[in-house]
Design a protein around this ligand. Structure first.
Ligand code: SME
Length: 158
């Protein structure tokens, strides 16, 4: 079936299976991040920008991403990414222009989801930031599947 006409849930199920197959036995964090970014970007037309921000000495530093140039450093007190990091909880923003904490790296982004990444010791090591040009593009289905994808890709590994 053409991926463009698949339901969102089915695209995520496919992405989960692809990630499981491609990342089997992979331990390198950057390789895992780069692969997840590529898989999600190729499976979801609605994604404009996708990337990881990695926790580094108390700030978030840009990691593997696809899209236009992203901010290199995000302070924990700033951005939707900073909020996801400090709260340790997924953030969904339907209209980024109405969120005072949002950092506009690219004016084309209109909605956003940021998912925290935990390692096997339950320490937060990064956040996954996904932006869309479509307002209100992300909902609880995205949250559920992205958290599953992140957990199965990082939490089970040392
Ligand atoms: N919008 C994010 C910053 C990163 S860029 O969108 C690539 C934020 O508010 O944290």
């Amino acid at each position: 079936m053409c991926i463009n006409i698949m339901r969102k849930e089915d695209k995520y199920e496919l992405t989960l299976k692809e990630a499981e197959a491609v990342l089997e036995n992979e331990e390198n964090t950057i390789s895992i991040m780069a692969t997840l970014v590529a898989l999600l970007k190729q499976n979801f037309d609605s994604i404009y920008w996708i990337g990881f921000y990695i926790v580094d000495n108390g700030v978030l530093k840009i990691g593997p991403y696809q899209g236009t140039i992203g901010c290199l450093t995000i302070e924990p007190s700033r951005g939707v990414c900073g909020r996801a990091y400090t709260k340790g909880l997924t953030q969904i923003v339907d209209d980024v222009h109405k969120d005072p904490q949002h950092i506009a790296c690219d004016p084309k982004s209109n909605s956003e989801i940021v998912v925290p990444v935990f390692n096997y010791q339950d320490q937060i090591i990064a956040v996954l930031d996904i932006d869309s040009e479509i307002f209100g593009n992300f909902d609880e289905i995205d949250q559920l599947y992205l958290e599953r994808l992140i957990n199965s890709s990082f939490k089970t590994r040392h």
